[in-house]
Write a protein that binds this ligand. Sequence first.
Ligand code: SF4
Ligand code: SF4
Length: 113
Amino acid sequence: MGIRIDENACHGCLKLPEARCVTACPGDLIGIRSDNRKAFMRVQADCWDCYACVKMCPVSAVEVVLPHSIAAGDAHLFPKMKRESVRWTLTTPDGRTETFDAPTRVPEEQLEE
Ligand code: SF4
Ligand code: SF4
């Protein structure tokens, strides 16, 4: 399925020595553009859908790319990091939303309000 990075939402993790999504990816598949400090996907085909990068982004700039068979077009799945859980919000093509909560493993000091 892979991921999609919203460059408008990405702030490049400017306060950190290395971007969270870059640090999180076990395959070193995410880079940071030198000209605007925005994250980009290097090799989409090598992504194995662990979603560590999706869950680590503090501004929900990394989206899960849903397959057409599930999303049937324009559906979106975003996580929102909370203190003790990740709240996944699925928006269906007709605008309905569903939420799912899963426990988080992100250290509390790394979360932003
Ligand atoms: S989903 Fe996993 S493998 Fe794919 S880019 Fe994100 S961290 Fe890397
Ligand atoms: S973790 Fe999010 S905000 Fe930080 S560089 Fe990656 S996509 Fe951008």
